[in-house]
Design a binder for this molecule. Structure first.
Ligand code: DX5
Ligand code: ZN
Length: 229
């Protein structure tokens, strides 16, 4: 199902976007969990794809993305933690991804993959791990719609936020200003109302939150707290 009668204005990098991670949802009732997230005020849905190689965990693949696409109407923020994002890309495009984020550390021609994502009609995101210097993504800033600064070592939900990533967010925001660009800055890992506030101060505007939203006693209150942090 896609938005037909209710066009939305796409968010800019000045807007706060909350993207709950499905990884923390109850997998036995995925459709209802996504509906719950939408009702609670989610802007996007973050889908973590892990191949057991790029990260030490296996999550789900294109079939899950397609299920979410077909059962709910929400912008799909697909985070590919896979060694060969170029190889798997077409399957996630077909599955209904709206934004596809690939890692700068993966084994691929980064510029070419970003070009292919946009050519397929999706937004292009580029991610970097906490240990990766921000300089590694600089050559690609012209080619992206979103920069994802990982705030945990990727692979698992429920980890503690790493404050040492904050200077990279500040640098990315400064470069964006200097270069006259408009990409979003997303943070992912250990995000709750407190850490979202700190990341927002540093320049992030898209907040991925798994445990702090899906596992909260009141998901709507948790999302609102991140939005207003
Ligand atoms: C980590 C994933 C995250 C994860 C976040 O590898 O990329 O999206 O689901 O989970 P929380 O919000 O629980 O840290
Ligand atoms: Zn993620």
């Amino acid at each position: 199902m896609r938005r037909i009668f209710c066009p939305v204005i796409p968010p800019t990098c000045r807007d706060r976007v909350i993207s709950p991670s499905l990884l923390a949802a109850d997998f036995s009732r995925v459709r209802d969990e996504v509906t719950r997230a939408i009702t609670a005020g989610s802007d996007w849905m973050h889908l973590d794809i892990m191949d057991g190689h790029f990260v030490d965990n296996i999550s789900f693949g294109p079939a899950m993305v397609q299920t979410v696409h077909e059962t709910n109407d929400i912008f799909l923020d697909v985070h590919l933690m896979v060694s060969r994002p170029d190889h798997f890309l077409p399957r996630f495009v077909s599955a209904g991804a709206d934004l596809i984020t690939v890692h700068v550390e993966a084994e691929h021609d980064v510029a070419d993959t970003l070009k292919k994502i946009r050519a397929a009609g999706c937004l292009a995101g580029l991610a970097l791990n906490p240990a990766t210097p921000i300089e590694d993504v600089r050559p690609f800033l012209n080619e992206i719609d979103l920069l994802l600064c990982m705030t945990v070592v990727p692979g698992f939900g429920g980890q503690a936020f790493m404050p040492e990533v904050l200077p990279k967010i500040e640098t990315a925001a400064r470069w964006r200003e200097e270069l006259g660009l408009a990409f979003h800055i997303e943070v992912d890992g250990g995000i709750d109302a407190k850490t979202a506030g700190i990341c927002g101060q540093a320049g992030a505007n898209v907040f991925v939150a798994g445990s702090s939203t899906f596992k909260a006693p009141d998901m709507a209150a948790a999302i609102l707290a991140i939005r207003e942090a």
